[in-house]
Ligand binder design. Sequence first.
Ligand code: ZN
Length: 255
Amino acid sequence: MLAHTYLFPCLKDNYGVLVQDPETGATAAIDAPEAGPVEAALAKTGWRLTDILVTHHHNDHTAGIGALKVQHQCRVVAPRNEAQRISPVDEKVGEGDVVHVGSLLGRVIETPGHTSGHISYFFPAAKLAFVGDTLFSIGCGRVIEGTPGMMWRSLVKLRDLPNDTEIYCGHEYTAANIRFARTIEPDNLVLAAREVQVKQQIAQGEPTIPVTIGDEKLANPFLRADQPEVAAGIGIPGKAAAQVFAEIRARKNKF
Ligand SMILES: [Zn+2]
């Protein structure tokens, strides 16, 4: 195992996740929705917090940073394009920058749309991607600060990651996302199978993430806006992918 991860719930439906380098013991928290559950996760695992990797400025991803920084003197890495809205920040990063967690190497992918400076962190050797509120399982984040076209391009960047990349997102929204996705692609058999799997996971009290990008791109309608059958299925055959994406996102906002 190249990296260890530990996923835990925070707030109402947020996820926190720790990623640990077994070689050095260095551990990063991906976002910090609140300090208490991160501290509890550190106590449970026995891991030592060295870094916080922030995906975007929203309070439900950053509220715990200050207290964790005081307690652990960890480094806080944040997106350069919205670092002025996050505090405290030690290192500002953007597209292509390398972030080390001990000996683990991560790369920054800019994924704007949900917020204007949102970033994701991809650890190629460990096959892990931390995507914040850009991509959810069978869904995607609301386009709050960007445009649908911008969000679509961000999602394609994530879709282009290797199929065996495990995706960790910021919220447990999968069941509701599936109810919506079934209205877009009622005949998608991979999506139907995912619905059965998620029902079982939730009944057993298990998280529905991580998911691999390979599985996700077969079932997530927001990653499938450039598939002709999706455009045809929602009544706008032949439209450009960004327009199809915008239509699906608009329908989800009203769902
Ligand atoms: Zn957010």
